[in-house]
Design a binder for this molecule. Structure first.
Ligand code: AMP
Length: 304
């Protein structure tokens, strides 16, 4: 880890901007879009790779999490990374490690509730460590993990960490499935059934664009769209995008968030929703790449 600081020292001394993209590896186009964005914004780009055991709530999920470090290094370099930082777990959590970072409030709900308090504590602790080690000017995260993005913004603000946080849009497969390292674990039947998540988001988006404001109706449409796939939501709700508190009416910009298990594989996804004004989308929704992608079926990218 001292090596990372040493490797970045010349950039820092020269006043070059440093971008950090934290990942757990098994890189896909979603990760690569973050790296490309960092490349276009920053002088030096660091990609970290750490399958962080402390944020996994299930041993089986940690054990089967795909690992392909060598391939990841090539992909990251091709997307513009200068440094791939993949510290061994014992180096991240050496004997005697006793400190954790815990964001309260927003972590109580949804992912925090489903995966337990240790999940976001693990995320917050490892991200804080990575930010301290790399001391980047900008750190890049994906909207795919929307609640995680809110948690990270919170901890950066609360701890006065001198870093700008950029949240990049979710990159999808052409059929709408949000890219995820866990998709590689789906068998062909599971891959088909995983489309339940995108179908749910699309159904709710379409009704929101058509003027529906009752979250009950929007969520009903989303749940109905999942039925043909034989996939049930673990949670499916419409929340305030900053607090993740549930909303009863779509009377301001909101986020539909969804988690579901497809066989043993747990997937999450989300889409921005906004009320329509006189049949047109309100400014907050207009041009939302995710919403329009879900309607049009085209992949979104983060490259700016
Ligand atoms: P992970 O390796 O799953 O921990 O993800 C590392 C970073 O990539 C996180 O900030 C994720 O939100 C982001 N990410 C994961 N999947 C996608 C995706 N499909 N599109 C955009 N960003 C993503």
């Amino acid at each position: 880890m001292g090596d990372l600081r040493a490797a970045l020292a010349p950039d820092r001394r020269a006043g070059r901007t440093i971008g950090l993209v934290p990942t757990m590896g098994a890189l896909h186009e979603g990760h690569l879009s973050l790296i490309r964005r960092a490349r276009s914004d920053c002088d030096a780009v660091v990609v970290s790779l750490c399958v962080n055991p402390s944020q996994f709530d299930e041993h089986a999920d940690l054990d089967r999490y795909p690992r392909r470090e060598r391939e990841d290094a090539d992909l990251a370099a091709a997307a513009g990374a200068d440094i791939m930082f993949a510290p061994p777990v014992q180096e991240v959590y050496p004997p005697g490690f006793a400190t954790s970072v815990e964001v309260l409030g927003v972590t109580d709900r949804l992912e925090g509730e489903a995966r337990g308090v240790a999940h976001f504590r693990g995320v917050s602790t490892v991200v804080t460590k990575l930010l301290c080690m790399a001391q980047p000017d900008v750190a890049y995260f994906g909207q795919k993990d929307a609640q995680q993005a809110v948690v990270i913004r919170r901890l950066v603000a609360d701890l006065n960490l001198p870093v700008r946080v950029e949240i990049c849009p979710t990159v999808r497969e052409p059929d709408g499935l949000a890219m995820s390292s866990r998709n590689a674990l789906l068998d062909p039947d599971g891959r088909e059934r995983a489309l339940a998540l995108a179908a749910a988001l699309r159904a709710a988006s379409e009704r929101a664009v058509a003027g529906e404001r009752s979250t009950e109706t929007l969520l009903g449409a989303a749940a109905d769209a999942m039925v043909p796939f034989g996939v049930e939501p673990e949670y499916l709700t419409i929340v305030d995008p900053d607090t993740f508190a549930a909303l009863e009416r779509l009377d301001r910009p909101a986020l539909l968030v969804l988690a579901a298990r497809v066989g043993a594989i747990r997937l999450i996804d989300n889409v921005s929703l906004a009320p329509t004004v006189g049949g047109a989308t309100s400014p907050a929704d207009a041009g939302s790449p995710l919403a329009s992608h879900l309607l049009m079926g085209e992949p979104t990218t983060c490259s700016a």
